[in-house]
Design a protein around this ligand. Structure first.
Ligand SMILES: *Cc1c(COP(=O)(O)O)cnc(C)c1O
Length: 346
């Protein structure tokens, strides 16, 4: 199928937008030592200065770790900023629509509702797998974006690679693949495919494997033309200085993070085998993430019982296909053991 051009996909007002030009955009050099251009205070250093609007230092480190170019990275206040930005850049309220797998991460739908964009969920099959043909059947000429989450939340499984590739070939608009959990999967990540797909956006985050949910830093990878549009629309100083500095510190701990991931994977195997032995657990679904979905005899009662014991898991019972399912995050050895001990006494 003929792909739409970027100009056909981007909202006309966004395509035509002249962005706000901040002081730090107009002068971004490092030679000067007297800064009287941004109405900042000369006191309270270093917090008196606006941060780099394009987060160059963070991006140059991330580029090496992620195997992309710095110009192919957008950084935001969590992945949630990137999700909302995708709606604001590509979808016209009340006119365009998006298609997404179901069940999946709730923010795609919430942001669709906030932006007044029709959201078309397409149910996964019994194995929580996606059919590219069914996704295509839900699209029309106003479908601008398709949302895929892989490994998927709350189901935990990777979406079949061949089906994703088929969709990348067949769909004429933007395909977003949210890889928030890809560090736990051991399979090749789709961000490596952005050079081959000019309509592909891949999302990553510091919130999961990197252990940095508190600093709020999410990222989107795509070809430069798409990132340039995001940079035009985003708030000028969307990632604050403290976050940028902390991110730089954290990105130097890469090998520590690899160890954390390994420990979590070991604990994941232990938790899954232990859950399978619990009489109150009917089924544990395959997972490639740092959590798993388990079908229980009575999810609500077990959830309430765990709360009484000071242990919080996620009750996903009301999600499509997840009746009586709990979503359990893998914690450290002691936390996991406390959960198992409580469940064994249920
Ligand atoms: C946790 C999660 C994120 C991360 O969101 P942040 O805003 O970066 O913390 C993104 N996508 C999915 C599917 C998630 O489960």
């Amino acid at each position: 199928m003929r792909k739409k051009t970027l100009q056909e996909l981007v909202r006309p007002n966004i395509w035509a937008l002249s962005p706000y030009s901040s002081a730090r955009n107009e002068y971004s050099g490092t030679e000067a030592n007297v800064f009287l251009d941004a109405n900042e205070s000369p006191y309270n250093q270093p917090l008196n200065r606006y941060p780099d609007p394009l987060q160059r230092q963070v991006k140059s480190m991330l580029a090496k770790i992620k195997g992309v170019e710095p110009e192919q990275i957008f950084l935001g206040n969590g992945s949630d900023e990137a999700i909302d930005l995708i709606y604001r850049c590509f979808t016209r309220p009340g006119i365009d629509n998006v298609v997404a797998i179901e069940p999946t991460y709730g923010m795609y739908k919430v942001c669709a509702d906030i932006n007044e964009v029709e959201y078309r969920p397409v149910k996964l099959d019994d194995h929580f797998q996606m059919s590219a043909d069914q996704m295509m059947a839900a699209c029309d000429n106003y479908t601008k974006v398709i949302w895929i989450c892989s490994p998927n939340n709350p189901t935990g499984n990777l979406i079949d690679r061949d089906e994703i590739e088929k969709l990348l070939e067949d769909f004429n608009g933007i395909v977003v693949i949210d890889e928030a959990y890809s560090d736990f999967s051991g399979k090749p990540a789709f961000r490596q495919e952005i050079n081959r797909n000019d309509h592909l956006i891949v999302l990553n985050t510091m919130s999961k494997a990197w252990g940095g949910a508190a600093i709020r830093m999410g990222m989107a990878f795509a070809q430069k033309e798409i990132i340039d549009i995001f940079n035009k629309v985003k708030y000028p100083y969307n990632v604050n200085l403290l976050t940028q500095e902390k991110a730089i510190e954290m990105l130097q701990m890469r090998f520590e993070v690899d160890k954390w991931v390994k420990s979590i994977l070991i604990e994941r195997s232990r938790m899954i085998s232990s859950f399978k032995l619990l009489p109150i657990c009917k089924e544990v679904f395959p997972t490639d993430a740092n959590f798993f979905l388990a079908r229980m005899t009575d999810a609500q009662k077990i959830y309430d019982y765990l709360i009484e014991h000071g242990i919080i898991v996620r009750n996903r019972s009301r999600v499509t296909f997840c009746e009586n399912c709990l979503r359990v995050t893998i914690g450290n050895k002691s936390e996991n053991s406390q959960l198992l001990a409580a469940l064994r006494q249920y």
